[in-house]
Design a binder for this molecule. Structure first.
Ligand code: 5GP
Length: 181
């Protein structure tokens, strides 16, 4: 594992697995007899959606979008470019957006407006992590894994300069390696 520069472990692998199982059970209850399509936001949500998918007991499809935010790498500008769109239409379907982390909320705000315009039957959000202190727009998150403080985290799909996604836990970067918040 790529651990040389890793700081304190914030959420252990065991805690992640337990919480993902709980959320999966909740989604399975809520989406029984519905037409669920989970939309994973590339690339950070890949690990989460893969585990979440396997904890579901209801039929579901998955699709992916890739977006990039203009502005500095750290601060979302709210102007989002779609790098990869969904493969299939979502008209009339029950969409669940699966995110790695909601920070300012600007990316998700854009994404929800964009997907709503396609007339799904319903649209909800499931985010592994959320940083409520950083929020700039109010986003209704239906399923949240963990609330974390205002700090930069990596692991379990989340990267810093494309590294650390492979860690099976969520960790802080050491002070000198972390981007300034
Ligand atoms: P927002 O538009 O909510 O400010 O930005 C959300 C995106 O910023 C996330 O999908 C993620 O890509 C990135 N991001 C925000 N906070 C963190 C963090 O602590 N660590 C990592 N690796 N990415 C983050």
């Amino acid at each position: 594992m790529d651990q040389a520069n890793i700081g304190e472990v914030l959420i252990s692998s065991e805690d992640l697995q337990r919480r993902v199982g709980e959320i999966g059970a909740e989604i399975s209850r809520d989406y029984r007899d519905r037409d669920l399509v989970m939309v994973g936001v590339l690339r950070g949500a890949v690990v989460f959606i893969a585990d979440l998918l396997r904890s579901l007991t209801v039929p579901c499809e998955i699709d992916f979008m890739a977006v990039s935010s203009y502005g500095s790498s750290r601060d979302s500008s709210g102007v989002v470019r779609i790098l990869k769109d969904l493969d299939d239409p979502i008209y009339g379907r029950d969409v669940l957006i699966v995110e790695d982390i909601v920070d300012s909320g600007l990316t998700l705000n854009y994404l929800m407006r964009n997907l709503r315009a396609r007339d799904p039957k319903s649209i909800e959000v499931c985010s592994l992590l959320t940083k409520p202190e950083r929020r700039r727009v109010d986003i209704p998150i239906r399923y949240t894994g963990f609330e974390i403080p205002n700090t930069f985290v990596v692991g379990y799909g989340l990267d810093y300069a494309q590294r650390y996604r492979n860690l099976d836990y969520v960790a802080l970067l050491p002070e000198d390696a972390a981007p300034t918040l």
